[in-house]
Design a protein around this ligand. Structure first.
Ligand SMILES: *Cc1c(COP(=O)(O)O)cnc(C)c1O
Length: 404
């Protein structure tokens, strides 16, 4: 897989800051953002970076600097976005299953809100009536995305208000005169096929006549990026073209000028990130040669949690002989990064780079086994800067109360 940071650059950064290390490349984020804004220039579109993918404050500030808005999955992400300097009108809070008090805080902050349950919609209506424009998240009952664990719009999904409960939504909206400005769907992650978005829009079309104050159609995130060599990312230009045609051809939506919102997470930050780890132990067995690294599922859980493929480059021996290795972590738990994968020959002490580690990498890291969370480095204009120091023993103890 083509890496946009060179092996030398990654090794040098690993030597300077130690391993395991998350390394992010700012310009790659910008490149991805420009693909979106160029492709969608034919429509009235706004992008909100789904910050749960990677919330380091410097990444949020970079996202703001390149002109992108931000989508939040918790009130703390809203607080982080405000701390990063985003204006409230550039912040969107799309939550699920939250206490109404978080919605109240979001209203006080003045950010956009997508509501995900009849229960919170009713509480919202009672308290704010028509005074605060709001969005509702619809569950369109569409299967989409790379696999079931990352599919969020299907009939068994907890996310959104099921589309078949339209009558109930309408009842609540009418009874409280709620200003529904946005209809939102987010059907999953790793969506390659433009038709899935078109299907989602078609579900929303049925609803549009029921909400006369509607201004925004929010289609969520889920654009695909390549993880496996040969995979393609979502064709943004084609997608924009198809979405435009779908709107133009629709008798009701065609005449109205809706603003279109998207919430890309992976698409913006997946490829910008690398987890660099050092090989600690080689173990030859009858079934496999295990290469253990100084990291594990505590730092990158996606392979074990989602069966996700992360490409691995042996950046210390990029031209070595190809051989089959099983790459694991050092955690007391099965934490396989890659089973029987052909890699250029691995030796103890080599640095391995795990690709596509920007999205849902550090963000899902934990201190399991009382290991330290990795440091994070941002490379911008070819300069590497530490943006989070590695944990130390104080971090493991800081919230604990030692009883006598
Ligand atoms: C996670 C999430 C996204 C981003 O998904 P990606 O696959 O990373 O693009 C967008 N919108 C909502 C509501 C989400 O929960």
């Amino acid at each position: 897989m083509p890496a946009h940071l060179s092996n030398e650059q990654l090794i040098q950064t690993a030597k300077e800051f130690g391993t395991p290390l998350y390394v992010y490349h700012a310009e790659k984020i910008k490149e991805q953002y420009q693909k979106l804004t160029n492709g969608f220039s034919i429509l009235n579109t706004k992008f909100f970076y789904a910050s749960k993918a990677l919330t380091n404050i410097n990444i949020l500030r970079y996202i703001k600097e390149i002109g992108c808005n931000v989508d939040c999955s918790s009130i703390n992400e809203v607080r982080l976005a405000l701390h990063a300097g985003f204006e409230p009108q550039s912040i969107l809070y799309t939550s699920n299953g939250i206490a109404f008090s978080e919605i109240e805080e979001a209203v006080t902050a003045g950010v956009h809100i997508n509501i995900d349950s009849l229960s919170n919609l009713e509480k919202f209506g009672k308290k704010y009536g028509h005074s605060y424009p709001v969005g509702i998240r619809i569950r369109p009952n569409i299967m989409a995305g790379g696999n079931l664990k990352i599919s969020t719009g299907h009939e068994g999904s907890k996310f959104g208000i099921p589309v078949e409960q339209l009558n109930k939504i309408e009842e609540i909206v009418k009874a409280n005169n709620i200003f529904i400005r946005t209809l939102h769907i987010h059907t999953g992650s790793d969506i390659k096929d433009a038709d899935v978005f078109v299907k989602g829009i078609e579900v929303l079309f049925e609803l549009i006549p029921h909400f006369p104050e509607l201004e925004v159609i929010d289609l969520g995130g889920g654009f695909k990026v390549p993880y496996i060599p040969g995979e393609k990312e979502t064709d943004i230009n084609l997608l924009a073209q198809k979405i435009k045609e779908t709107f133009d051809n629709h008798p009701i939506a065609g005449g109205k000028k809706f603003q279109l919102w998207f919430e890309p997470g992976k698409f913006l930050v997946s490829e910008c990130g690398y987890l660099v780890a050092q090989v600690t132990v080689l173990k030859e067995t009858a079934g496999a040669i295990f290469a253990a690294v100084d990291s594990g599922l505590n730092h990158l859980i996606r392979p074990m949690m989602y069966d996700a493929y992360h490409h691995i480059n042996n950046i210390s021996n990029p031209t070595g002989k190809l051989k089959s290795f099983t790459v694991t972590g050092n955690i007391c738990e099965t934490d396989t990064f890659a089973a029987n994968r052909e890699l250029t020959e691995i030796r103890e002490g080599d640095y391995l780079a795990f690709l596509n580690a920007g999205a849902y990498g550090f963000e899902m890291a934990s201190n399991y086994n009382s290991r330290f969370k990795p440091a994070e480095v941002l490379i911008r204009d070819s300069k590497a800067k530490l943006i989070r120091r590695r944990d130390d023993m104080n971090d493991l103890l800081k919230n604990q109360i030692e009883l006598g």
